[in-house]
Design a protein around this ligand. Structure first.
Ligand SMILES: *Cc1c(COP(=O)(O)O)cnc(C)c1O
Length: 400
């Protein structure tokens, strides 16, 4: 199995992720470009409907990113100074950033060491009379235990906003994420489907969805498409000042096309994941995430391993650098928020400690994982990881 080291220099760099764009996706965008209407209009509405059809959600509002959707939901819920919002430190920084920028305080909870999911117990322990929202993350495409989280949220009458950036296509028990409650999907190019940039709120609260819809476009009661092309009055008033977070039809048309391929993408991701799980199982110190007990469908957004230096003989930073030398890209999802400079300097620690978040933050590594990877790309990653770890063990062995 040393085929991977023999032809390094001739192989193109293998990124850790890449969007899977086919001719139908391209044709869909070109059709919009030729249609005479390229910003938010009929395609955006069609994408929202398709997401509702797929997830069973009652309302969907598409915006320019999941970060924008989070901002608007927090705003629509009236979250501001003096309020606390519970979220894991192991998340993308966009959520804590938005909580802070609304004038509220992110309260971090630790995650399970091996699933990176928050538990109802840790959330419950962080609830105070200032808590105004709970934002769990369905990490890497695996759902949190929604039943127990919803029980805590309902008991304290606090809204649950599911960060489903990784979880389009995920099922918790037999229900699709987004079918009830509030969830936010990301359509960034690294996510399971993409609109270039984009995000979408799904909600069973029609008035919250309406408020987010107004806030995404200046706080106006109707958008330009309705006024210019659909016979609505050109006169429209600001209901309350809003933002400019609408999703253009160019992007939405890509999303409509991508959504049709979601299940094929997930099937292919699952095949690749099973190979990684099987063929890396005997590499010391390379530990994948574990699966939770509850019934679920994994959307396989990321393939994350933890590099444990004591066993692997190599630390995560050198592991990533050595793979890069072999033309193999990796990523970190995520560096825990409380370890980022601003959060460190401003004292964001958690009531119950963040031991597992810190432990994972120092060890996690996302390896190449996307549907258009070929079987030989997968061979190359497996061979590369084995070589990198074996090379370290040999050097260690000979130098001691
Ligand atoms: C990607 C991501 C986001 C933000 O998505 P954008 O569309 O890039 O704003 C939020 N949370 C998590 C967990 C993510 O991975």
């Amino acid at each position: 199995m040393n085929s991977s080291s023999s032809s390094n220099s001739t192989q193109a760099f293998l990124p850790f992720c890449s969007p899977s764009i086919d001719d139908a996706d391209i044709a869909a965008v070109v059709e919009t470009l030729r249609s005479g209407w390229i910003t938010t209009g009929p395609r955006c509405g069609e994408l929202e409907q398709a997401i509702c059809d797929r997830t069973g959600a009652q309302s969907a509002v598409a915006v320019s990113s999941a970060t924008a959707a989070m901002h608007l939901v927090l705003k629509a819920m009236g979250i501001g100074p003096g309020d606390e919002v519970i979220t894991p430190s192991m998340t993308w920084v966009s959520t804590p950033n938005m909580i802070h920028l609304m004038g509220a305080t992110p309260v971090f909870v630790d995650v399970d060491r091996d699933t990176l999911l928050v538990s109802a117990e840790s959330v419950e322990a962080a609830v105070t009379d200032r808590t105004k929202a709970i934002i769990p993350v369905h990490y890497a495409g695996v759902p949190c235990d929604l039943e127990s989280l919803r029980a805590v949220a309902n008991k304290h009458d606090i809204p649950l906003i599911e960060d489903a950036a990784h979880a389009i296509g995920t099922r918790y028990r037999s229900t699709e994420i987004g079918q009830s409650g509030h969830a936010i999907f990301s359509l960034h190019p690294i996510k399971n489907i993409t609109t270039g940039e984009g995000g979408i709120l799904v909600s069973d609260d029609a008035s919250l969805a309406d408020e987010v819809r107004r806030l995404r476009f200046h706080g106006l009661a109707a958008e330009a498409w309705d006024r210019n092309q659909q016979g609505r009055s050109p006169q429209v008033e600001v209901q309350s000042p809003g933002f400019k977070y609408n999703l253009p039809d160019m992007n939405a048309s890509l999303g409509i096309s991508q959504l049709k391929r979601l299940d094929d993408f997930i099937d292919r991701r699952k095949v690749i994941a099973n190979r990684y799980l099987e063929e890396l199982a005997d590499v010391p110190g390379i530990e994948p995430l574990a699966f939770p007990d509850w019934d679920h469908r994994h959307a396989w957004h990321l393939f994350i391993i933890r590099v444990d230096e004591a066993e692997a003989g190599i630390d995560r930073e050198r592991f990533m650098a050595n793979l890069k030398e072999r033309g193999i890209g990796t990523g970190i999802h995520f560096r825990a928020t409380h370890t980022h400079r601003w959060y460190r300097e401003n004292g964001f620690q958690a009531p119950g400690g963040l031991e597992h978040s810190t432990w994972n933050s120092e060890r996690i590594c996302s390896i190449p994982f996307f549907p258009s990877m070929s079987d030989s790309d997968v061979d190359r990653v497996i061979g590369g990881i084995r070589d990198v770890c074996a090379a370290e063990t040999m050097t260690k062995g000979s130098s001691t």
